[in-house]
Design a protein around this ligand. Structure first.
Ligand SMILES: Cc1cc2nc3c(=O)[nH]c(=O)nc-3n(C[C@H](O)[C@H](O)[C@H](O)COP(=O)(O)O)c2cc1C
Length: 368
């Protein structure tokens, strides 16, 4: 029977996942599915090679995850999660898992969110002790709580304040300065607004634009409109890095084999599913032992976080990692349902030690 006729999400996954192997060595995506990656991007004398970036993801892009990704390598830089200006002023930045960095991570770009009342100079002064390879200003976050403070996507809309913030960033930070943006809040007039903001970025000394081509209200729904990415890149002399839905082998979402005019690519959620993704795109496909990788992530999280916080970080990672498996919903349910660390570790280990069948087509659909 054609499984699509069953109509259930599982049936659809059965249909799309036509190859299932109980094996540790995973096949890389076929070459036809891997987007073209520029070999390098040089900004203010800093080389990011390849021009492939691990996205900022709040709650995920902490020191333990960055360490795991850096064990595999293959990227040009890792982004931290979005860092709140006020928090940065009072935290021990060399110790906090949000900001600490290990030498093995290579290039790390620190992303900041700037609220209405924040002063940029002291924030950047604090971060400078970490010797960032770049500062990224979040102008994209759609979360209502963030926008209510004037940060994230709200800053993109407020032209005057955006100009002041960018001027201050440029005055206080002499290294690479990027902005992460979406298409804007409203569809009406978005092209004019985008052209205007790109001119503003050029005149205030921004070096790089990272574009997630969805409108704010779409959050992560639908698909990224990469047909617009090249068009937007053609409107500015600044390099543009594209982000959104890259790395999933679901052909309907990754219509991005070639993105003309783009300076680089950024991957978020699929790097949580496969932290070795950058290595497999840019070098030889690593042989992956899923149990070992998951156990290593747990160990790294427990080294960097206190136990009560480690639980939530491991749960969050596991929900994405579960997408590697054909019956990954079982591991996802273990992550969601575990209320203490030892049961999460025991049950997760039992699932993975059984060498579960792999999904041929891992995706991130439906994870919020
Ligand atoms: C859990 C989660 C947290 C995120 N946190 C941030 C963030 O802190 N800063 C940011 O600019 N984008 C954030 N994003 C958006 C990602 O950086 C990226 O733009 C988006 O997920 C689309 O890329 P992807 O399809 O490769 O995941 C987050 C996304 C997710 C799923």
């Amino acid at each position: 029977m054609d499984p699509r006729r069953l109509g259930t999400p599982l049936a659809k996954r059965v249909w799309y996942s036509d190859v299932m192997q109980a094996a540790d060595a995973i096949e890389p995506m076929s070459l036809a599915q891997i987007p073209e990656i520029p070999a390098s991007l040089v900004i203010r004398g800093v080389s990011f090679a390849p021009a492939l970036f691990c996205a900022p993801m709040a709650g995920h892009s902490h020191s333990a995850f960055r360490r795991l990704v850096s064990d595999f390598g293959g990227y040009g830089a890792l982004f931290t999660e979005m860092l709140c200006g006020r928090w940065l002023l009072h935290e021990n930045l060399r110790r906090s898992p949000a900001t600490r960095r290990r030498t093995q991570e290579g290039r790390v770009i620190y992303q900041i969110m700037v609220r209405k009342e924040d002063e940029v100079a002291p924030i950047l002064d604090r971060i400078s002790v970490l010797e960032p390879d770049g500062i990224d200003l979040n102008c994209a976050c759609p979360a209502p709580l963030v926008r209510a403070t004037g940060a994230g996507a709200a800053l993109f809309e407020d032209r005057e304040r955006l100009e002041r913030v960018l001027d201050a960033c440029r005055r206080c930070h002499s290294g690479p300065l990027s902005v992460k943006i979406r298409l804007g809040i409203t569809e009406a007039g978005w092209r004019e607004r985008m052209a205007d903001r790109l001119r503003l970025f050029e005149s205030t000394g921004v070096d790089l634009v990272i574009l997630h081509p969805r409108f704010v209200k779409e959050k992560l729904r639908g698909r990224a409109r990469h047909e617009l990415s090249s068009e937007i890149a053609s409107l500015t002399r600044l390099p543009v890095v594209a982000c959104g839905d890259l790395g999933t082998s679901d052909a309907s979402r990754s219509a991005t084999r070639s993105l003309p005019g783009l300076a680089g690519l950024m991957v978020g959620r699929m790097a949580l599913v496969q932290p070795w993704l950058f290595a497999s795109w840019t070098g030889s496909a690593p042989v992956v032992d899923h149990l070992e990788v998951w156990t290593r992530l747990c160990r790294y999280v427990l080294e960097d976080f206190p136990p009560e916080k480690a639980l939530y970080r491991i749960k969050a990672f596991t929900r994405y990692f579960s997408r590697n498996f054909f019956f990954g919903h079982t591991l996802g349910a273990i992550a969601t349902g575990s209320s203490d660390l030892s049961s999460l570790l025991d049950r997760g280990t039992a699932f993975l030690a059984a060498r579960p069948a792999l999904s041929a087509c891992p995706d991130v659909l439906g994870i919020d």
